[in-house]
Design a protein around this ligand. Structure first.
Ligand code: FAD
Ligand code: EPU
Length: 334
């Protein structure tokens, strides 16, 4: 058995039957075609920053060891870069900002791998990665054949895609093709805190936006190396206008954001804080003192303790507001 503690940002002590680094897409395809992959009871793991282990994992955990990126095409002020699944996401963002490739700077400092970025359509500070995805390439885990998904085939939505649900466990994402701008960048400073952090009259460029976002994130979110966590534990609920106005009549100070698609997004953190969970701690499992959406492991909490805490939170938010929170984090075993 091998310890998974270093491989999940919650810092949960769980064991895996084996941990295997796959060095190339060809090796992965061979493993699948020979049947060895399926026989080993596989679990795909990237940076382990959106996962909660609630027990040991008897099978083999596979990680993508391929980490290259290459230019896949360019035209006008656009460049397409294909990036292997195993590269750390924020190293790719830094590479883009350093090379003046625009489009993903608002997604700076999100932990995890490139391969996982389409799975929950990572988003932050007014941006979602689906806006820059041209294509997702993957290995079919039954046949070992290569598959390609265009943006529309990925069924992207808020914290969701075909890979998170319909194709979970059926494909191994091997690379992602991103489309980026080389000039006339479309800067996005619409998220209030970003423009505040940049300050009035500040020069706006890819580097300044990246720096501003990193500094906001460092203030607001716990560093997994200091306090174990997986970012937001729950998704923000999307309400119909009718449900929202019913709730707003009772809670006048309820914060909200129109999602532009006919729904109203309300912060799960606010709902959780109203139920008095913010800063709560039982043993080493808790709710972060500055961000009620982030469940934390202060040291030796078990995955089950974190899961039970999340269930208590779901129950209490449901009793008070009639809203059923949905987990964002992948619970293993599911
Ligand atoms: P993992 O946790 O390793 O895996 C997640 C899921 O994807 C698992 O089900 C796994 O089996 C599957 N998977 C992983 N790689 C592959 C692959 N190549 N092919 C097929 N399946 C695969 N998310 C946001 O969207 N926005 C944020 O602002 C944000 N902030 C965060 C802040 C902190 C401090 C932390 C700890 C997390 C944050 N997250 C955020 C969540 C997390 O970083 C993202 O979901 C990230 O994309 C997960 O990547 P990973 O490589 O760690 O995936
Ligand atoms: N709020 C509270 N209490 C809190 C924290 C926040 O009431 O303890 C309320 C405030 O009204 C605040 C609002 O929630 O204005 C929004 O807070 P914040 O800007 O921190 O964003 P969030 O909705 O909590 C989402 C994403 C984050 C992403 C940030 C920034 C989800 C589930 N989470 O958090 O993504 O980084 O916006 O864009 O959509 C993640 O997915 O892991 C993640 C960290």
């Amino acid at each position: 058995m091998k310890s998974l503690r270093e491989y999940n940002t919650f810092g949960i002590e769980a064991q895996a039957g084996n941990i295997c680094n796959i060095s190339s897409v060809e090796e992965l395809r061979e493993l699948v075609k020979s049947g060895a992959f399926a026989r080993s009871g596989p679990l795909i793991l990237g940076g382990g920053s959106n996962i909660l282990f609630t027990g040991n994992y008897a099978g083999t955990v596979y990680r993508a060891g391929f980490k290259e990126s290459r230019i896949a095409g360019s035209s006008g002020n656009e460049v397409c870069i294909e990036c292997d699944a195993g590269l750390e996401w924020d190293r790719f963002v830094e590479f883009c900002v350093s090379n003046n490739y625009g489009g993903i700077e608002n997604l700076s400092y999100i932990p995890g791998s490139v391969g996982a970025s389409p799975i929950q359509n990572i988003g932050a500070y007014g941006a979602e990665i689906c806006s820059n995805i041209e294509q997702v390439n993957a290995v079919d885990l039954e046949s070992g054949e290569m598959l390609s998904f265009s943006k529309s085939e990925c069924l992207f939505a808020y914290r969701s895609s075909i890979f998170k649900y319909q194709l979970k466990g059926k494909v191994f994402i091997s690379s992602v093709v991103f489309s980026l701008t080389t000039r006339e960048h479309k800067f996005n400073t619409s998220y209030g805190q970003v423009s505040e952090r940049l300050g009035p009259g500040a020069e706006i460029n890819l580097r300044n936006i990246r720096d501003a976002i990193i500094s906001i994130r460092k203030e607001k979110l716990p560093e997994p190396s200091e306090i174990g966590n997986a970012g937001s534990f729950f998704k923000n609920p999307l309400l119909s206008e009718e449900d929202f106005s019913r709730l707003q009549k009772e809670y006048e100070d309820l914060p909200f954001f129109a999602d532009g698609k006919g729904y109203i997004k309300i912060p799960a953190a606010w709902l959780i804080e109203q139920c008095k969970w913010k800063g709560y701690r039982q043993g080493d499992a808790g709710v972060h003192k500055n961000q009620a959406l982030v469940l934390v492991n202060y040291g030796s909490a078990t995955g089950l303790e974190i899961l039970q805490l999340s269930e208590q939170i779901i129950d209490s938010v449901y009793s008070k507001f009639g809203i059923m929170l949905e987990r964002e984090v992948n619970v293993i075993p599911w």
